[in-house]
Design a protein around this ligand. Sequence first.
Ligand code: B1M
Length: 222
Amino acid sequence: MKDFLQKLALCVENGKINKSSPYPPNMRDQDGADELAKRALEEGVKPDEILENALIPAMAKVGNKFSRKEIYVPQMLMAAKAMSSAMVHLKPFFQSGETKRKGKFIIGTVSGDLHDIGKNLVAMMIEGGGWEVIDLGVDVGAEKFLKALDENPNAIIGLSALLTTTMENMKNIVTVIKEKYSSSKILVGGAPVTTEYCKKIGADFYSPDPQGAVNYLKQLAS
Ligand code: B1M
């Protein structure tokens, strides 16, 4: 069984989505994350075992390689897609409550900003880290974040910003959230954001990349 999960982990690490996917060329015509996750469940492997022993370690490896600049955005996106194709089979078990997730994470790109590639990568990595992700999309203002928090009061919040012109909206969102939920944890990121800026606006943590975000959440959950 261990071999089986190792194969699945390798598919995620290398971005092998399913059998018909031509990427990566050296895994052509082999089963991908889609088929292997489905088969694992059919053979009685528990969904949380698949997540903990295959998907999460594979995505952590991907995140670390990306942080070390050993792989780039396209490879990371393929890995995230492979992970998502496996998650399709696992999700019903998590949604039914039969299998528990580590917690909830609400993420969005701040108001005025339509960039979502980095935000999506962070969301996918965090989902791959075993969390339920509520993705509010782009151009998200304080009210929408508050509404999501009202519905999920213990969730951790993630704000992404790519534009220097609208990153100031991050400050307003953090202020409004902290006014109502003073103990909430807010993680910020995006190209123009820095640790200094994070401190200045009263957010809790800045991560330059998705793996740092995953590590922060892991630390909060322990
Ligand atoms: Co725009 N754009 N863009 N753009 N765009 C930039 C950001 C810009 C730097 C290009 C430039 O001029 N050199 C510039 C901003 C300049 C500035 O603010 N100082 C810019 C501009 C000006 C604009 C427009 C205003 C252009 C115009 O219309 N005149 C306009 C704004 C629209 C709007 O948002 N209101 C605009 C539009 C667009 C497109 C729609 C065409 C497209 C976005 C498509 C999309 O996202 N779906 C686009 C793109 C693609 C870019 C560039 C080329 C690439 C951005 C990107 O996706 N990078 C960008 C130039 C560049 O960066 N070379 C640029 C890859 C992505 C993986 O990185 O998002 O940084 P990034 O995410 C990283 C980290 O930052 C971190 O993790 C990710 C992986 O490491 N991270 C987090 C991100 N969020 C995080 C959250 C976290 C933690 C980590 O915790 C919550």
